[in-house]
Write a protein that binds this ligand. Structure first.
Ligand SMILES: [Mg+2]
Length: 259
């Protein structure tokens, strides 16, 4: 992986401001710092301002695995494109296959609820979220993360329809095989935007579905250096998102003055 703010890479970034580029951002852990109360996540005023400025120059997408409804209520920004439930919001793709995934997730949700909260509660700080096409089990609030993780692992072994299990940052994603993911969603957004290039940044395991796309015109950036990531570039931490947005918006401003 290469650091995004090296001289050469900065030139590539700058060149994006001369071409038809879509700028796509993961939400949690990328635009917002990861917090224990994930339902209270908000984009800071400063990042919000920079995003709005960027959107005045180019299409901006927020790409999240969060439930679309919930995402709309917590998102204090109106992007050009919004992806929730790993699906482009507004793109009518509802079909039997989606229904099948939804049904599987519903069954899992009830199963997991019974097993994780046998007495209607759980002392390990675990919470369960039905994201329509996937289930998320959070344990960020847990004070005994190792025990919580082991507990979740045990519960997951009994699930039907052999799910794809993706361990993220204090969260486990339980996904039906073949269900929509961020990579598929981003391709839909690129197509809809009519852009020839895209920039994508994300911080977690589910973003690897974007990083693994075989698409040479996507600049893929990870928040945090990680050995086995398929992303080509990285920024050091979530705080650097500000520098990224500053750099992009300044480059756009410079361009527009030159014309
Ligand atoms: Mg994230």
């Amino acid at each position: 992986m290469k650091y995004l703010f090296e001289k050469q890479t900065k030139m590539i970034l700058e060149s994006l401001t001369f071409t038809k580029t879509l700028f796509a951002f993961d939400f949690d852990g990328t635009l917002t710092p990861l917090i224990n109360e994930y339902e209270n996540a908000k984009i800071s005023d400063q990042i919000l301002e920079l995003l709005a400025l960027l959107r005045s120059f180019a299409p901006v997408a927020i790409v999240s695995g969060r439930n679309a409804k919930e995402l709309k209520t917590i998102l204090n920004f109106k992007p050009t494109f919004l992806v929730g439930n790993n699906r482009l919001v507004g793109l009518d793709k509802g079909n039997n296959i989606d229904f099948k995934y939804e049904k599987i997730c519903k069954t899992w949700y009830h199963d997991l609820k019974e097993k994780l909260f046998p007495n209607e509660k759980n002392d390990l700080g675990i919470s369960l979220e039905n994201k329509k096409y996937s289930i998320a089990i959070h344990y960020r609030k847990s004070r005994q993360k190792k025990i919580a993780k082991k507990y979740i692992q045990d519960v997951l072994t009994g699930l039907s329809s052999s799910p794809k299990i993706v361990w993220g940052k204090s969260v486990v994603n339980v996904i039906p095989m073949g269900a929509p993911h961020k990579g598929m969603a981003l391709l839909d957004v690129i197509e809809k935007s009519g852009c020839t290039n895209a920039f994508y940044i994300g911080d977690d395991v589910t973003d690897e579905d974007v990083f693994n796309l075989h698409h040479s015109n996507i600049i893929k950036v990870r928040v945090g250096l990680k050995k086995n990531s398929a992303a080509k570039y990285y920024i050091k931490n979530q705080k650097e998102i500000k520098n990224l947005l500053l750099f992009l918006t300044e480059s756009f401003c410079k361009n527009s003055k030159g014309h």
